[in-house]
Write a protein that binds this ligand. Structure first.
Ligand code: ATP
Ligand code: MG
Length: 684
């Protein structure tokens, strides 16, 4: 496995270039024989199948086909990562691969200099790939724009030049608060080009939470938009930004992308239009950055605690995301890749922007919500763009299950070759639905476990060689070591349950929490010492070394001395055909220490028959045991979720234990908790 850049791996394809152009393609209808009954019957058949080996056709042509790769990497992980890093273009080679003298403040590729935008853009254009489409962008009203690598480079270099003219230099923080439009990628890459540190805030957050993040990160410039579209409505953004951001002292300039064209106030001397500064700017050259120069700050989703400002650096991060993207998604020259995340999350950073661009791949980028303009929009895009690799989250898969196969059936999804999942444990029923309904039982499903902190995928199955077990993420990728440790003794568990830990540094790991090295130490490096990263998830490891993530450490429930996993109880509940989704939490109980409370959404309605309640209880008793039966089940229309789609179990615990609700700023829909509180109080 010699070092090779993507230009060697991905042969040239020609696409017509030119201006960002609009296209309108017809969708061919190619109905599949899918009905709720046929799917339910098939899933029942598959439910007992423990292993799913990769289809032979897939394995024969896989990017990683050497079953010994893990063992070879494990023999010398530092050398392995150095080999991966040498596939990138460095302006100065590193002197030392890993510096672990000051653990837990690890440093990778010390002495090396590299520029991220150079690797994502210039390198490909110089290799003759300028005409390749980087993004097929689709707007929510059906508009499309194709952006080639050459065009993306041109705009990035110009916007980087504009930022410099606005006074941004190396190490300065630039806030980015934009919807899913191509300019968000331009803004991120432009920062990396001149060594500015971006802090992207998800476009769905309120301007108030943006202001808070801009303040704590001392952002000098904010890149935002006039307005954003969401499900057919236009929301003004700039006026909101003005209202909340006006008083921030360090914020010198606001760059506004003309997106919806609505009239917005501009403050003389502070606010500038993106298109005007881009048109006027001299393109900036990529600046060679220290491998350890900060690349970005990103706040974690806040499902367990107040969001943490996670800081990543340049060389190691790019090495991690480019390597894992290529291996896990089995990249090929003619791939069309579609990740449904938002760029405002780590999944968007690593697997919409940096991984795909570093590998020179063509992606689909969708502006809208998964159910707008209709609930089959993703499948329509996959058919239209002949998407080969698709990456989404279990919560989205469960939503699609709830909406019904009639939204999938009309679409020809035969271009798909691989499916990915990320964000939380995927329950076997959802895994099987994804495999059968979306993948046509032809596509390996990779369940990828990782965190904002890890920067890149850590645990999954290598799609060409590993069998998948629904519900298990798989085993660590080459170059990583992951252990399950006994919570009491810290001893390694070879088969059984414990706490997930990473006993060796890896290139794309977080380097610190922004301006809070003490919280960095205490959050991750206290539990097992300064060289073993404490993940914060509990997991089970089976006899094949497969890891089954159970959930957050806080999510394990202790009923009468029995440790039960919330994920397992939830899995038993959602196996009921009428249940769409469920979240299980612990409530303090005089008798049993903790008792189980289940919040359940049903397919259609919130008022179950007594029979359904009895069936749910019976299913839990049958699969796990009588003591896992919920003490109380609350039926609800919706569960409180973060904007990235994760269930906020800490709020559900607050409701169950009658506490005031903690930080709710990262909730997608704050009204959901109020309704739930009412239902709880009403004894519903
Ligand atoms: P915070 O740390 O602020 O509470 P968060 O942990 O939700 O937020 P992320 O970094 O986005 O923020 O999420 C990482 C977590 O998501 C992991 O620690 C794990 O609990 C869960 N997770 C991600 N992918 C998977 C997966 N494939 N299987 C199981 N769990 C997963
Ligand atoms: Mg976390």
């Amino acid at each position: 496995m010699g070092p090779s850049g993507p230009e060697q791996r991905l042969p040239r394809r020609s696409r017509s270039g030119g201006e960002w152009r609009s296209t309108c393609e017809m969708t061919t209808q190619n109905a599949r024989e899918l009905t709720e009954e046929s799917v339910e019957a098939r899933l029942a058949e598959l439910l007992g199948q423990e292993r799913f080996t990769p289809p032979a056709e897939f394995s024969d042509d896989a990017e990683i086909s050497d079953p010994q790769l893990r063992a070879r990497a494990a023999a010398d992980p530092v050398a392995y990562w150095a080999e991966q890093a040498s596939g990138l273009r460095w302006s100065t080679p590193w002197e030392r691969v890993l510096d672990d003298d000051d653990a837990p403040f690890f440093r990778w590729f010390e002495g090396g200099r590299i520029n991220v935008s150079d690797n994502c853009l210039d390198r490909h254009v110089e290799a003759g790939l300028g005409d390749r489409v980087a993004y097929h962008w689709h707007g929510e009203e059906g508009e499309t724009r194709d952006i080639t690598y050459a065009e993306l480079l041109d705009r990035t270099a110009r916007f980087a030049g504009a930022l410099k003219e606005l006074g941004v230099g190396q190490g300065d923080v630039v806030g980015i608060y934009l919807p899913m439009i191509p300019e968000v990628v331009v803004a991120m890459l432009a920062c990396t080009r001149i060594g500015a540190v971006h802090n992207v805030v998800f476009g769905g957050f309120s301007a108030g939470s943006v202001a808070e993040r801009m303040e704590v990160s001392g952002a000098k410039v904010l890149v935002t938009t006039d307005g954003a579209r969401r499900k057919g409505k236009t929301a003004p953004v700039k006026p909101e930004v003005d209202r909340t951001m006006g008083q921030l002292a360090p914020l010198e300039k606001i760059v506004v992308v003309r997106n919806t064209g609505i009239d917005v106030p501009m403050t003389e001397g502070r606010d500038v239009w993106f298109d005007e500064v881009v048109a006027a700017a001299e393109p900036a050259a990529p600046e060679p950055m220290d491998a350890e120069a900060p690349l970005f700050i990103l706040y974690s989703s806040g499902s367990t605690a107040k969001p943490k400002g996670i800081q990543h650096t340049t060389g190691g991060y790019l090495t991690g995301v480019s390597t894992t993207h290529r291996q896990v998604f089995d990249l090929k020259a003619d791939d069309v890749y579609f990740c449904s995340a938002d760029v405002g999350w780590i999944t968007g950073h690593s697997y919409i922007v940096y991984g795909p661009l570093a590998n020179g791949v063509t992606s689909v980028m969708y502006e809208g919500a998964p159910d707008y303009p209709h609930k089959g929009i993703w499948w329509q895009l996959i058919e239209q763009r002949k998407v080969t690799k698709f990456y989404t989250a279990p919560t989205a898969i469960r939503a699609c299950m709830k909406w019904g196969v009639e939204h999938v059936a009309p679409h020809d999804l035969s271009s798909l070759k691989l499916l990915g999942s990320v964000g939380e444990p995927i329950n076997p029923k959802a895994w099987l639905w994804y495999w059968h309904v979306i993948g046509g039982e032809n596509c390996p499903v990779v369940d990828t476990w990782w965190q904002t902190e890890t920067g890149a995928i850590v645990i999954t199955t290598l799609p060409g060689i590993d069998a998948a077990k629904p519900g298990s993420a798989g085993t660590p990728l080459p170059g990583y070591e992951v252990q399950v440790l006994d919570p009491e003794t810290g001893e390694q568990v070879t088969e059984g349950e414990g706490l997930l830990a990473i006993p060796r540094p890896w290139p794309s790991m977080l380097r610190t929490l922004y301006q809070d090295p003490d919280r960095y130490r205490s959050t991750y490096w206290n539990r097992f010492g300064e060289s073993t990263y404490f993940v914060g998830d509990s997991a089970r490891i089976d006899g094949d070394g497969y890891i089954w993530v159970i959930g957050r450490v806080d999510d394990v429930i202790n009923v009468s001395g029995h440790r039960l996993s919330t994920a397992e109880v939830e899995s038993a509940i959602v196996a009921h055909p009428q249940v769409a989704e469920s979240a299980v939490v612990a409530k303090a109980d005089d008798l049993t220490g903790q008792a189980i409370v289940a919040y359940v959404t049903l397919q259609g309605g919130t008022d179950p028959s007594d029979a359904v309640v009895a069936e749910i209880n019976a299913a839990v008793a049958d699969r796990i045991g009588k003591l896992a039966r919920p003490k109380r089940i609350v039926f609800t229309q919706d569960l409180p979720k973060t904007r990235s789609g994760k269930i906020m179990r800490r709020l559900l615990r607050d409701i169950a234990e009658g506490r005031d609700l903690g930080d709710t700023t990262t909730l997608a829909d704050p009204t959901v908790v109020d309704t739930l509180k009412d239902r709880w109080d009403a004894g519903a």
